[in-house]
Design a protein around this ligand. Sequence first.
Ligand SMILES: *Cc1c(COP(=O)(O)O)cnc(C)c1O
Length: 358
Amino acid sequence: MYNFSAGPAMLPAPVLKKVQSELLNWNNQGVSVMEMSHRDAVYVQMTETAEQDVRDLMAIPDNYAVLFMHGGGRGQFSAVPQNIASADATVDYLNTGIWSEFAIREAKKYTAHVNVLDVMTEQDGLKQVREQAAWSLSENAAYVHYCPNETVDGIAIHDIPKVSAPLVADMSSVILSEPLDVSKFGVIYAGAQKNIGPSGLALVIIRKDLLETQQNTVCTVMNYKVQAAEHSMYNTPNTFAWYLAGEVFKWIKAEGGVEAMASLNTRKSELLYECVDNSSFYRNTIHPKNRSKMNVPFQLENPELDSLFLQQAKAEGLLALKGHRFVGGMRASMYNAMPYEGAKALVDFMTRFAKENT
Ligand SMILES: *Cc1c(COP(=O)(O)O)cnc(C)c1O
């Protein structure tokens, strides 16, 4: 089976097998990892290793804190404005798709001036992000927020915007998929269920000077400064998700780190885009410069064949290809855990399906 789910997404098989083998007796503790105190020295050591591994993988500088928080990606939509802007601040939000819009909606609850930058445009039927020179950034923004990989729309911004305000990025669906210069960001956050581990957990990487800016009213569980001081254990963390994330970090390291992930992800996505572009049976309407390597949406020219496509794909073990209900068509999500053979199997099926139904 190859699971193309957008999220919660497939996890690396070796990680799941290891977790299964130690489920009843973790680390010779005689209990599962879910059944012991998060303050236990053995558990604390695991969390320290997980943090160090993600620091190594992403080359996170020492002046950044790494937090393992509750509430997934969307929890951060409200945590960000409350923690790093005052209630009367101006904040800039790029709008590139559905996840940007949800983040904008939430920010409006906490900050007075949310400057929405409508940066999407369409040329020759291809959606693309306007060049940065055409964005109307505020002079005095407390931060600039953007979503480098729009999971639903399949739109990516591959170059890091150059802004003077702290840059905040929702990397839920792209984190750890390629090398990244963390020093260019004020805050990076990601819901875990695409490239890290189980849902509910959020990874937050924040420049330490920004820990001093929170609104007094921010709920304590979502307070970056408190969570940094408490090593993400102000209240009981999601102990199982944190442990599993740590196992995924170890797996990425063993596979060759984010450089190896990047080359794998490029090969998989190129194979699929090439198949779509070379056929009059399928189409993708996003300009190549803004195409996502993680989430590839595509449509059948004849949507009446959609359900047959999905049914036959499933019968061949190609799962969860139905596009998001807002977009329709198909979407193949191929995060780090998807092997090249999965992309190959999908493309082989698509080529055959097109031939048989033309
Ligand atoms: C999945 C996703 C989210 C939502 O994450 P939840 O954990 O469900 O809150 C937010 N942003 C992006 C870009 C996502 O892909």
